[in-house]
Design a protein around this ligand. Structure first.
Ligand SMILES: [Zn+2]
Ligand SMILES: [Zn+2]
Length: 278
């Protein structure tokens, strides 16, 4: 039996119970003295539930999951256009939850739903649902909100570090960090994406970054086209490098050649990720 087949839900557990089981506080559901907290309409129809800094829970359709080589994925790309205002609110909230999971590298827990009444014009109705016992993670995410979600814990922040992680911890002047925090936060997800994409290897030469005392792997993140040359702060323009190649990219005589090579390499990797995410 395929993994996807094993994941098909057959029970009809309540969203409330599954969300609570995932580690999200459901106290809010009780607010407003509702007769039945589990059926609180402010929550029970939502697609996403967040315990900030801890976990994100998403409801996904089993029918839309794909399995390739034993890896289960979900292409999240829900257009807002033409949707009822209530649905737009749910989509935006889910997009926001996915962004938080991506940027803060939170585990995703998935409530797997199978649908009944699946005609083209009819709204999906949930026929069965269950909580996937395995965590998922956000593999990549675009500014549009589209994202590739993948089953399994994925590479976590804990595995790879770059010079910015180090500066934040070793304690650069706090004041400077505070002034830079908005820039820093904007870049965090992009850096994180490059580090996870690299799987701990220099994306230019393929060498493994060195192991740190903490057991993490060290690489440096670098804008291929610098921001001052109007390079984008995007996954396509950020590369994870071994310290040696990072210095060479900045100061080496082959800098321009390296730049073109890096752009080519990253474009190829990104294309491959998008293809197996769809
Ligand atoms: Zn290298
Ligand atoms: Zn650099």
């Amino acid at each position: 039996m395929s993994i996807l087949e094993e994941l098909r839900p057959n029970g009809h557990a309540r969203v409330y119970d599954l969300v609570q089981k995932s580690g999200v506080d459901v106290a809010e559901w009780e607010a407003g003295k509702v007769a039945n907290a589990a059926a609180n309409p402010n929550f029970c129809f939502n697609w996403a539930f967040v315990q900030h800094g801890r976990v994100v829970v998403l409801c996904l359709w089993h029918e839309e999951m794909t399995e390739v080589d034993g890896v289960v994925s979900y292409s999240w790309d829900v257009p807002l256009k033409g949707k009822h205002a209530t649905v737009v609110r749910r989509i935006k909230q889910a997009n926001e939850a996915i962004r938080e999971a991506f940027e803060s590298n939170l585990p995703l827990r998935i409530i797997v739903c199978s649908s009944a009444n699946n005609g083209p014009d009819k709204p999906h109705r949930v026929a069965a649902r269950c909580l996937d016992p395995e965590p998922w993670h956000v593999e990549c995410r675009l500014e549009s909100g589209a994202a590739t979600l993948r089953r399994g814990a994925g590479a976590t922040t804990a595995d790879y570090e770059d010079q910015f992680d180090l500066a934040g911890r070793v304690g650069g002047p706090t004041e400077r960090i505070e002034r830079q925090i908005s820039v820093f936060m904007r870049r965090a997800n992009v850096r994180r994406h490059a580090l996870n994409r690299s799987q701990g290897r220099c994306e230019y030469c393929g060498q493994r970054g060195f192991g740190m005392g903490s057991g993490k792997i060290y690489l440096e993140t670098h804008h291929i086209i610098p921001l001052y040359e109007n390079g984008e702060d995007s996954s396509e323009n950020v590369i994870a490098l071994c310290p040696n190649h990072h210095r060479e990219a900045h100061y080496g005589e082959k800098g321009d050649e390296m730049r073109n090579e890096m752009l080519r390499k990253i474009a190829t990797v990104m294309r491959a990720t998008q293809e197996d995410g769809s």
